[in-house]
Design a protein around this ligand. Structure first.
Ligand code: SER
Length: 631
């Protein structure tokens, strides 16, 4: 079955069940600045899931293009992609669990539709927790359809729950397909076995998640399903690798032609068994290139061009990563456009925006690739020089009372400075700088303490950001847009917030950026996981306790060295020259907060009012963002 047949079958099946076919929305969300890309079919439909009437009625079906950069590190295996298509059917207050599950089962297994082998299917349902009970209803429907109990796993929220930071959400049931050998289908489902591939997710949206993390029961119960097009196409064609489907194969062939290497037709496992790990590595590079150039092509077609912020930055990162992986398999000359050409050719039938924007796509890809090749060459030369000059980096150790030369040793400072340099001077995107440095060192057999180095790099980065922000803020002292009373209060609240975050989350939290308007504060800080509702509540509580204690904000002038000695946070050397201002908030002899800062600040914390977090979200890799207000 080819891709277009599959899309049509899916749309037709749900049309025959009374659904209206709606078109794919853009990859760039139109009315939602809180996310960069459309990550799921539900995204453009949020208002309707919350009760607004959809012009197409209350049963909808679509094929939505999606970008998920959260999975970028997994791209390279057989089933993960940054760009993918999601087949989705939607019930806005119509059918619920029983209806949805039965239709999924019929579409997958009926001889009239996909005719997949029932024995190769397993499912999971939500096991229940303090927020929401075990999904007995979904469980019973699956059992009623004849699925053996061992193939109905009960799993926690981490697996069987879907929603975004806020808004419609609920338990889900996931459908898995056995992609291993047909005569080796296990009797029970095991979440850890990669040969059980998730193909379809049916989400039962029965709650509306509030900003504070609590769940409000939705009056209108909805169904949101999402089936990965690439995965299901592989399954119906009996393929063990999404990249062998028609959605990728012509792209892979192009990469074969450009690199003069072969993708090979065995499975990864077979190559590993034959002791051919190098084949698996080459394939990984093929897959990353195919995925990234495809994603970049679609993103440009939706009007984004490479830049250093937001969607443009993601796009830049995708293109640059593809170029680098291309280089690893020997593609030295302009290749992004030749690969994109195939994407445009293969997809324009269903997505005419590709053909329409062909010239723009090619021009942007070419420009970015050329620019990056220069960057990459210079950066790699620099890295090579550092690696081939070990004398500077020799460490000595004492053994049996004698001083001996230990292995070549690159200390954390040298390495973090090196990749900061690659980032700043050579324009390597940060993640790529890290990736390249770590990989090159590993190739030479030098092992590194990644965590320490990342931490040190983050400090340098923070410093750099502050400096460039100050430079662009120009005349605005301390980066504030105006120095009215409100912003002074918010500035003080930002200090209390940073202190509270370090208290609750740990000492790895540093300020990565801050922006204050007269209405709200925004703080970016280093922390790599989403904060839990409990942590958010605790942080709010600590800040409000600091406010209620009505503490004095004391300003002192001193040299930068003195400031560092007394443990002041923040780095503003270049801005303030010799003397810096240090603002301290002290409670009963304990330093609550001490930061080098340009102010202005409130004089007493009691003036701040009540502090409330509006939103906690990802800002970039390893950086979270909080927006908060004073009420
Ligand atoms: N929103 C769910 C998902 O993305 C189902 O569409 O998996």
């Amino acid at each position: 079955m080819n891709a277009q047949e599959l899309r049509s079958k899916y749309l037709e099946f749900f049309k025959s069940k009374g659904h209206t076919i709606i078109p794919s929305a853009s990859l760039v969300p139109e009315n939602d600045p809180s996310v960069l890309f459309t990550t799921a079919g539900m995204h453009p439909l949020v208002p309707y899931l919350l009760g607004e009437k959809h012009p197409g009625g209350s049963k909808l079906v679509d094929v939505q293009k999606c970008i998920r950069t959260g999975d970028i590190d997994e791209v390279g295996d057989t089933t993960h992609h940054t760009f993918f298509e999601m087949l989705g059917n939607w019930s806005l207050g119509e059918y619920f669990k029983e209806g949805a599950i039965k239709m999924s089962w019929e579409f997958l297994t009926s001889a009239d539709w996909l005719n997949l082998d029932k024995n190769r299917i397993a499912v999971s349902v939500f096991e229940g927790d303090a927020d929401s009970p075990f999904d007995q209803e979904a469980y019973d429907v699956w059992k009623g359809l004849g699925l053996p109990e061992k193939k109905i796993a009960k799993l926690p929220k981490k697996n069987n729950w879907w929603g975004m930071e806020k808004g419609p959400c609920g338990p889900d049931t996931e459908i898995f397909y056995w992609v291993g050998e047909p005569n080796k289908i296990p009797e029970s489902f095991n979440d850890d076995n990669d040969l059980w591939v998730e193909i379809w997710n049916n989400v039962f949206m029965q709650y509306d998640k509030q900003s504070d993390g609590t769940l409000k029961v939705l009056e209108q119960k909805n169904v949101d399903t999402g089936m990965g097009m690439e995965r299901i196409l592989a399954a119906v064609n009996g393929l063990d690798d999404n990249y062998k489907t028609e959605l990728f194969w012509p792209i892979i062939e192009k990469i074969e032609e450009l690199s003069k290497l072969e993708y090979g037709d065995k499975s990864d496992e077979e190559y590993i068994k034959d002791d051919k790990q190098c084949w698996v590595d080459v394939r990984k590079q093929f897959r990353i290139i195919a995925d990234h150039i495809k994603a970049a092509t679609f993103i440009i077609a939706d009007g984004v061009v490479p830049s250093n912020t937001g969607q443009g930055y993601v796009l830049r990162r995708l293109i640059r990563r593809a170029v680098r992986y291309g280089k690893l398999i020997g593609i030295e000359k302009d290749f992004a456009t030749s690969v994109a050409e195939i994407v445009v050719q293969e997809y324009s039938n269903h997505y005419p925006e590709l053909a329409k924007n062909r010239a723009l796509i090619f021009a942007e890809l070419k420009k970015e690739e050329e620019k990056f090749r220069k960057t990459l060459d210079n950066g790699l030369k620099k890295l090579e020089k550092c690696l081939s000059n070990p004398e500077r980096n020799v460490q000595y150790k004492i053994e049996d009372g004698l001083q001996k030369q230990a292995d070549v040793y690159f200390n954390d400072d040298i390495v973090s400075l090196l990749f900061f340099d690659l980032y700043q001077t050579n324009g390597f995107p940060i993640e790529l700088a890290m990736e390249v440095v770590f990989e090159e060192f590993e190739k030479k057999g030098v092992s590194l303490n990644k965590e320490k180095i990342t931490e040190k790099f983050n400090k340098l980065f923070e410093q750099h950001q502050e400096l460039s922000r100050t430079a662009s803020a120009g005349m605005f002292k301390g980066g504030l847009q105006d120095s009215g009373e409100e912003t002074a209060k918010l500035h003080t609240a930002t200090h209390l917030l940073l202190a509270a975050l370090r208290n609750v989350l740990g000492e790895h939290v540093f300020q990565k950026g801050s922006n204050i308007t007269s209405e709200r504060l925004r703080l970016d800080f280093s922390h790599s996981e989403k904060m839990t509702p409990e942590q958010l509540a605790k942080v709010e509580e600590l800040v409000n306790a600091g406010i209620e204690a009505n503490l004095e904000i004391v300003r002192e002038e001193m040299s930068l060295d003195e400031a560092k000695k007394i443990g002041a946070m923040g780095v503003f050397e270049a801005k303030y020259g010799e003397k810096v201002s240090v603002y301290s908030i002290v409670e009963g002899g304990r330093v609550v907060s001490r930061e080098i800062c340009g102010g202005p600040h409130a004089s007493l914390t009691g003036a701040l009012g009540r502090f409330r977090i509006q939103k906690e979200e990802a800002s970039s890799a390893g950086v979270r963002r909080i927006k908060a207000v004073l009420e």
